[in-house]
Design a protein around this ligand. Structure first.
Ligand code: AMP
Length: 333
């Protein structure tokens, strides 16, 4: 039976399924009840399987195996299942599952990025040590919800009260331009590609600048970073050499920490300071939603491919190339 491409109906599924169709695959969307509509309306799925919750995903595994499906992971996947649950899945899975724990465990992630020689914001293990403006982030927080800023230990103690019991990390806040870099690494031809860039559109932080500072104070506003969408962008061209270098360093370091390393799409979340230094505060070891503006390709994929190439489509292209050269196991984890 021909290979099918399956993913969860959320996050970047429209792009993944459309890209799979463009590469000639039939597609399956596994949706949560009452959230099937976009996948029907945009006609990207040949089949829709409905679950009460994504957490029930293991219950459709055998069905997907019998459909000869390859599952493409994205952010909702890692949100719905633990790393261990994902590792136990038997259905074909695009990407290296073993790298997931290096993303979800913030300490391990830091070790990976340091090994790649990247510049990271400082971490404060003890709130009393906070001596610069810092951002407090919760583990597994969905899209930055609830993150807050603190300039001192006492401000931290006052604000953390609302979030009691949640695991967090305190990171130096880097003032600069946030830029999210989208890469794709192909193990078949050993090349790191720059696919695109985005910046985020977050509530309420992206509208605070519309209010005068005096009114902000009067209103007693606190910033929050709940993601609502992504804005496409291009970078200053002279930054590209460093961007390629960082992507290659992350791939090389991934091979040092985990035998097969990372392959497929990944992203670096960075802030560029006024002296044009990149601070990397996170790596995502999978497709990120910031690639969604580029269903029809980005300026960078346009330079490389003479056809619309989204990151979703690039995944299916990789699978197609792997199947054609009899090495599909090289892109499965
Ligand atoms: P995250 O969920 O880690 O992507 O972060 C959510 C938001 O916080 C994004 O707008 C980031 O730009 C911002 N952010 C996260 N960490 C830092 C940092 N260390 N310095 C400045 N901004 C940050």
């Amino acid at each position: 039976m021909a290979t099918r491409i399956a993913t969860l109906g959320s996050h970047s599924a429209l792009q993944i399924l459309k890209g799979a169709r463009d590469e000639g695959f039939r597609t399956i969307a596994v949706c949560e009840k009452n959230r099937e509509e976009p996948y029907k309306r945009f006609k990207v799925a040949d089949r829709i399987i409905t679950l009460n919750s994504f957490k029930e995903f293991p219950s459709v595994e055998n069905e997907l195996i019998s459909e000869n499906a390859i599952v493409i992971p994205h952010g909702s996947f890692t949100g719905a299942m633990s790393t261990e649950q994902i590792e136990r899945l038997k259905v074909s899975y695009f990407g290296n599952k073993k790298i997931l724990k290096w993303e979800t465990d913030r300490e391990m992630q830091r070790e990976w990025l340091k090994k790649a020689g990247l510049t990271l914001p400082r971490i404060f293990r003890n709130p009393e040590d906070i001596d610069v403006p810092s951002i407090i982030k919760f583990y597994g927080a969905k899209g930055g919800k609830g993150f807050f800023l603190a300039k001192s230990g006492s401000e931290f103690e006052r604000k953390i009260k609302e979030h009691h019991g949640k695991a967090y990390i305190i990171q130096e806040y880097i003032v600069g331009a946030p830029i999210y870099i989208h890469y794709f690494y192909s193990p078949l031809n050993d090349e790191v590609e720059v696919m695109s860039f985005d910046k985020r559109y977050e509530s309420n932080v992206d509208s605070i600048g519309r209010i005068a500072a005096k009114d902000q104070l009067d209103m007693g506003l606190d910033t929050s970073y709940n993601i609502t969408g992504n804005v496409p962008m291009v970078v200053r061209e002279s930054l590209l050499p460093e961007i390629f270098r960082m992507g290659e360093a992350v791939v090389a370091a991934s091979k040092a920490i985990e035998k097969r390393g990372i392959f497929g799409p990944f992203s670096l979340e960075t802030v560029i300071t006024p002296d044009l230094k990149f601070y990397v505060f996170e790596v995502s070891a999978r497709i990120v939603a910031g690639t969604n503006p580029y269903i029809n390709g980005s300026p960078y994929t346009d330079l490389k491919y003479s056809e619309p190439m989204s990151t979703g489509r690039r995944i299916s292209r990789e699978i197609k190339n792997a199947i054609a050269s009899n090495q599909v196991e090289r892109v499965l984890g």
